[in-house]
Design a protein around this ligand. Structure first.
Ligand SMILES: [Zn+2]
Length: 118
């Protein structure tokens, strides 16, 4: 995986994460207090673990799921396994990763997963 590409994906992931955190902050007083003393750029360093359960409960399930997918993708960049399908280990095409930076499965596995859960 090209370093430049990974960095760009990382930026996109951090941006999405910040968007979630910002919209969360606009809804939760507790969360506002939590990030009050932080520079906006520091909020992206928030690990999902740092965010208290109470606050996570205020997240709707879609955002919560998204946040954990983003965390997972960031971790995979750190570990050098970003872009490998979680299921078959195959290479996920860059176009797919660009469309959905936190995607974990290749198209084939995604399709069979959807067939299975349907
Ligand atoms: Zn796969």
């Amino acid at each position: 995986m090209k370093k430049v590409f990974e960095n760009r994906q990382k930026d996109a992931l951090l941006q999405s994460k910040q968007d979630i955190i910002q919209s969360l902050a606009s809804e939760s007083v507790e969360f506002q207090e939590m990030i009050h003393d932080m520079e906006p750029k520091d909020t992206v360093d928030f690990a999902a673990d740092d965010i208290s359960r109470t606050i996570l409960e205020t997240l709707n399930s879609r955002d919560r799921r998204l946040l954990s997918l983003i965390e997972s993708a960031l971790g995979r960049i750190e570990n050098g396994v970003y872009g490998n399908c979680l299921r078959c280990g195959g290479h996920i095409p860059e176009e797919r990763l660009e469309a959905i930076p936190y995607v974990l499965l290749c198209i084939n596995c995604q399709n069979s997963e959807e067939r299975r859960t349907r």
